[in-house]
Design a binder for this molecule. Structure first.
Ligand code: SF4
Ligand code: SF4
Ligand code: SF4
Ligand code: FES
Length: 945
């Protein structure tokens, strides 16, 4: 492996179809109109010296190092800010330019520490490079004049330092923070010689608005902004391109290493989802991969109260297999099942569902998508014909109106949020439908036109009210609907939403949102050519999650907003491979490619390929498996990479189910909360330790490439294979590419996918087959996948989880930027600096009524449980609604969530729990008991080395 060096073209690409030809150093070059001379030169392989320019941000023209000569023009214009013109004759290397550049560099170097040999950026510093390029050998002014060499270092950020003594005030960092990240955390303070880079109002980085995305570090040409891992370990020697394993944006990164030690994760410019940008998690929070808590040896125990015993792989696998066989013999074939992971690769997920269907002989397989985006699958496939979002992320660049519903992109999908914010700064309009005032509602240079702060649980009332406005005010795109949709269904829907009971004025009593605002927002959405919907778990995790997904699809079809760039209905998927785990047949009723197990032709195809007879009956979903366990009919489970004891609702019910089982096999990287109930622990691997693919929220299949050897000795797909073989069902793959070949062979939407194609193309958006050999960025272009678009009736039915005198507040949950879901990874990184504990956000009015002050400890009590945590009074909240995250084990937020769920898919209603909040000075009974239980179930007998 070599260190991958990406070309810096100096200024951003221009996409004009109009081409311009000029001559640079006697050679003709043709580039799109608007391209800078610097970039044109770079495209033909000529590097013009530069310092203040880099191709992730617009040129600024401050350093003058990139000066060129242009025949017929006076002076020496900056090539970074001068656009190309037809017929220009440009010279980039002349005696005059060489002298000018040396003088400029001399000034820079005279105010720069001369510690290159010991500087951590040595060998990877543009200032050092440029001194060499311009041939600077001497500094005539000496180093004794006024300088910044004593400037203070800011080491407050856990991941990077700011050494002001090395700053050349090129402002690349400031512009990267503005243009790439959109946070505007940095400024250039003062003027002239006194000017310095400053986070916020002269704060340190940690105390400022900085969200630690790393864009400034990336842009900095010197060692001023520098990763601490590089300072500690030294410059990397080689790199491998892979995909972030946190969220559904699916950012591509270069994992940079020294030997087998990862020292840096750098966002990859050619990454087609992120285009060289990142967030704090993917960029910096990867230290968990080698955390001391990693379990790398298989372990078994007879009872969950026994200490774990480390055993060989062979013993662990044989033990698990014999237990599953024993249970099936005693309780029947369907008494076992498994859960696939949305954190693992497509290939691993595919193998787990295959093992369960072919080796266990049951369809009792489910995935964590059950508890997040299963309504997306149901709702979009019913209306449009495909269980996935309609666009690629780049589509947002052409959106005129963006409607964000039940999602918090700046925290949940930060890199997409940066792209979105860029579009909003260019003038696109924004509608936010969310109970909380999320950051997007108002942030630097962004102001939502409408924020509709509805009451949790009233999404369907809101979407019906908007549809009512669109239908009754003549805003339907009649031609589009007539051409592309089922007219009988449309007419039925039109009659339904036209009914006065759906008018915004009628719905106001449910949603709490002013009817006039709803009307205006609906008009805005329907008034433009390109209106796009982006939504998250605030849509799906409701008792009417599937109804709401269909409601959004109805709205998009009625306004002609599906099938072209800039529009669409787009789920912001939570986990890195939640799309993939659904695609791979993780649901009990569906084989890979969303094909029903009861369909004979489909099942027979898999039977022929797998050499088994498959059960035509759908199996159990996760909640049903747990119910059956409590009832004594479901006794063994294989769980790969999911922590249902922390992530699923109504924790007590989940743990009762787990406790009732006779064999729980957990495969994970840490002893998670579910492992407290396990009898076999199979150590898992992180994304850095294996090959495979993840599929992101835009259906993009990205390569995951092994950077370091698997710590337990085997990658997860190999472990599943060993278990299958021990169960007597043969699997013989030698590389994940062979698993992908099998997936492609059996799944029409993946027919054209192979590792070779992925290597050639970088990534592929499915469907990829004969009809779309290069994949499908935008779906439903000429017709819907199901044929005619289907409008569905979306009657609003209030949730049964009602507030009342005992539980007068609604609790809604979500996550924040620095932590990820159950926190197993991010809690084991420096990200805890930003979020050391879960807190309860509460409106000042609700707090005052209860005598609660900011920072007080409070008890949150629902019908099913109680927990205690710290209260934070927050202006984001509306009265009557409280909010918390679920990142920390001790809080156990899901002890209070109920098991109400979506009517169609059983997706839990995490977003609506009736609670009361009161002052408390102690932990809840559950918290105390769980802490003791964890201690008792986590003891390990280490095997003698
Ligand atoms: S910190 Fe780096 S990028 Fe920012 S102004 Fe200084 S040298 Fe330039
Ligand atoms: S890390 Fe990101 S948010 Fe923080 S200052 Fe740099 S660019 Fe801005
Ligand atoms: S946005 Fe998501 S995929 Fe990208 S770096 Fe952050 S966590 Fe990783
Ligand atoms: S790189 Fe062009 S002026 Fe600095």
């Amino acid at each position: 492996m070599m260190l991958i060096q990406e070309t810096d073209y100096g200024t951003p690409i221009r996409l004009s179809t109009k081409l311009v030809t000029l001559t640079i150093d006697g050679q003709d070059v043709t580039v799109p109109e608007g391209t800078s001379i610097m970039r044109a030169a770079a495209e033909m392989g000529t590097k013009v010296p530069k310092l203040c320019a880099t191709d992730s941000i617009e040129a600024f023209g401050s350093c003058r190092l990139c000066a060129v000569e242009i025949e017929g023009r006076r002076g020496t214009p900056a090539s970074c800010t001068t656009p190309v013109e037809n017929g220009l004759k440009v010279w980039t290397q002349t005696g005059k330019l060489a002298k000018l550049r040396r003088n400029i560099m001399e000034l820079y170097i005279s105010d720069h520490p001369l510690d290159c040999l010991t500087c951590p950026a040595n060998g990877n510093c543009e200032l050092q490079d440029m001194a060499g390029v311009v041939g600077l050998r001497d500094v005539r002014y000496g180093f004794k004049g006024a300088n910044h060499l004593d400037a203070q270092k800011d080491e407050s950020n856990p991941y990077f330092t700011f050494d002001a003594s090395k700053c050349i005030v090129c402002s690349r960092c400031v512009r990267a923070c503005e243009e790439v990240q959109g946070t505007f955390a940095l400024t250039i303070d003062s003027r002239g010689f006194a000017s310095t880079v400053s986070p916020g109002q002269k704060e340190d980085f940690l105390g400022s608005e900085c969200v630690s995305c790393g864009a400034c570090v990336q842009a900095c040409p010197t060692a001023t902004l520098m990763e601490k891992t590089i300072i500690e370990a030294g410059q990397p020697e080689h790199s491998v391109v892979t995909t972030c394993a946190y969220c559904g944006v699916g950012c591509s990164f270069k994992a940079e290493l020294r030997g087998t030690e990862v020292v840096n994760m750098v966002p990859y410019k050619d990454g087609q989802a992120n285009h060289g940008h990142s967030c704090v998690k993917g960029r910096f929070a990867w230290g968990y991969t080698t955390h001391q808590d990693r379990i790398t040896k298989p372990m078994i125990r007879a009872k969950i109260t026994d200490p774990w015993t480390e055993v060989s792989w062979e013993e662990a696998i044989n033990h698990a297999a014999s237990e599953f066989k024993r249970i099936q013999k005693k309780y029947g074939r369907t008494s076992v099942g498994g859960i696939t992971s949305s954190r693992c690769t497509n290939e691993e997920t595919y193998l787990v569902q295959k093992l369960i269907r072919a080796a266990f002989g049951t369809n009792n397989v489910d995935t964590c998508a059950r508890v997040c985006h299963s309504p997306t699958g149901y709702g979009l496939s019913t209306t449009l014909g495909t269980s996935a979002g309609t666009q690629n992320f780049d589509s947002v660049r052409e959106a005129d109106v963006v409607m964000v519903i039940g999602a918090n992109p700046t925290d949940g999908h930060p890199v997409f949020a940066s792209h979105l914010k860029k579009r909003l700064r260019q003038g696109a309009k924004l509608i936010v439908i969310d109970p909380r005032r999320i950051d997007l509602v108002k942030s630097p240079h962004i102001q939502a036109q409408y924020h509709l702060p509805l009451k949790p649980g009233t999404n369907v009332a809101m979407i019906n009210a908007m549809a009512h406005v669109i239908v009754t005010e003549g805003l339907v795109q009649e031609d589009y609907v007539a051409e592309r949709c089922d007219m009988a269904e449309f007419n039925r829907w039109r009659d339904f939403v036209s009914d006065k009971r759906h008018a915004p004025e009628e719905m106001e009593k449910y949603t709490g949102v002013k009817a006039a605002d709803v009307r205006e927002a609906a008009r805005l959405y329907a008034s433009v050519r390109n209106a796009a919907i982006y939504y998250g778990l605030g849509v799906t995790e409701h008792s009417q999650g599937s109804t709401m997904v269909m409601g959004m699809a109805n709205l998009a079809m009625a306004t002609g907003n599906i099938g072209h760039v800039g529009a669409g209905v787009n789920p912001l998927r939570g986990q890195n491979n939640v799309q993939g785990s659904c695609d791979m047949g993780s649901f009990p009723h569906e084989l890979p490619g969303y094909r029903h197990i009861a369909t004979d032709a489909v099942r027979h195809q898999f039977e022929a390929a797998w050499g088994v007879t498959l059960d035509p009956e759908p199996g159990l979903r996760i909640p049903n498996m747990l119910d059956a366990a409590v009832d004594g009919t479901f006794m063994g489970i294989y769980i790969q990479g999911e922590d249902i004891a922390q992530s699923d609702p109504n924790t007590k019910h989940v743990t009762a189910g787990l406790e009732a089982m006779e064999c729980v096999v957990v495969q994970d990287i840490f002893l998670n909360e579910t492992a407290n109930y396990a009898h076999v622990f199979l150590p898992g691997t992180t994304f850095l330790e294996k090959d495979g693919t993840f599929t992101n929220a835009e259906r993009r299949i990205n390569m995951v490439r092994q950077a370091i050897p698997p710590m337990p000795g085997y990658a997860d797909w190999q472990v599943t294979m060993m278990l299958s073989n021990a169960l007597g069902y043969r699997m013989d793959y030698t590389h994940p590419s062979e698993i992908m070949d099998e997936i492609a062979h059996l799944t029409p939407t993946f027919k054209g996918v192979s590792y070779q194609r992925l290597e050639e193309m970088g990534s592929i958006q499915w469907p990829c087959n004969d009809a779309a050999p290069n994949g499908t960025p935008t779906m439903h272009i000429d017709r819907f996948v199901r044929g005619l678009g289907r409008f569905m009736i979306t009657e609003f039915v209030p949730t049964e989880e009602r507030v009342g005198p005992r539980f007068p507040l609604i609790l809604t949950t979500g996550r924040i930027l620095s932590q990820y879901n159950v926190g197993a990874q991010t809690r084991r990184t420096e990200n805890v600096a930003w979020h050391p504990e879960d807190v309860l956000e509460i409106h000042a009015h609700d707090a005052e009524q209860r005598g609660i002050r900011d920072g007080d400890n409070v008890a949150v009590v629902s019908r099913v449980g109680e927990t205690s945590l710290k209260a934070v009074i927050s202006e984001r909240m509306q009265p009557g609604v409280v909010y918390t995250t679920f990142h920390h084990v001790g809080t156990g937020a899901n002890v209070i969530t109920t098991d109400f769920s979506d009517w169609a898919t059983n997706c839990p209603e995490y977003k609506v729990t009736a609670v009361e909040v009161r002052l408390s000075n102690h932990q809840s009974e559950w918290q105390r008991e769980n802490a003791l239980f964890r201690d008792a179930t986590r003891r390990i007998h280490k095997a003698a080395e």
